[in-house]
Design a protein around this ligand. Sequence first.
Ligand code: ASP
Length: 316
Amino acid sequence: MTRAVIAIHGGAGALSRSTTSAAREQQYRQQLHDIVAAGQQILAAGGSALDAVTDAVRRLEACPLFNAGRGAVFTHQGTHELDASIMDGRTLQAGAVAGVSHIEHPILAARKVLEASPHVLLIGAGAEAFAVAQGLEPVAADFFSTPERLAQLLRVRDSNTTQLDHDAAATPLDEDRKLGTVGAVALDLHGNLAAATSTGGMTNKQAGRVGDSPLIGAGCYASNDSVAVSCTGTGEVFMRTLAAYDVAAQMKYAGRSLQQATASVIHDTIPELEGSGGLIAVDAQGNLALPFNSEGMYRGFAYVEGAVEVAIYRDS
Ligand code: ASP
């Protein structure tokens, strides 16, 4: 019997308990819990891993606490440019969009690319036109804006730095420096793996910048013969190391376990290039790994017949 399981993340970053209000922390925990529980139900009903990760990321995008969809961070120019990707471990089909500003749920656009296009990655206006032609509703560019994210941009814009979404004060993660990308990985009852990732990118990023999240092999990867992976962190470093695929390659070619492969990427490879962040991964046997090298990572998981587990910090 397959150990069907879903895991999600809401980004990694510099988390400080001292700056966290208990009420705000509880909001994060509740959202993570409810989204995992919804994914658990899809899997329990015999739904596919692909559907479970699509639904989980769509819900994470809809929640303004996370840096994806509504609540996405601002570019330096004061706009929003969203990236998302999804991969089916059964068929190795993948779909992704980058630099979209008018699609409410970038992950649904990525799923349409996977299903209804011969391509893997569509960008900007072309991606938006494709998504609308596929039946997704366009939204105005300011749909994604929240006052919190604007304040965040204004704090860092003059510093000439980009910031990972969960890294500042006032929330469980330091909001100005957190890596607020969202993602999901799942193994379904049929033994199939899938992964999905979605992000607003990094606060104060240059307009036109694309990170690891929509790049198959960097921020997202799934193959039934090894693992499903979704990453969050300093995108440029995850791109240069092909972080998600590196986990799969270590397992496939070097015979490493899920724990060994994910630890090597997150605790050796990424920090060696001065990157920070984490990932969630599930292998074909239903083993899970949720490592991060930052202070914390919003995360949760549930096996089909188990309890929903949620954590933010290293110890809980
Ligand atoms: N990896 C994302 C990016 O570089 C940021 C994040 O994980 O928050 O766009």
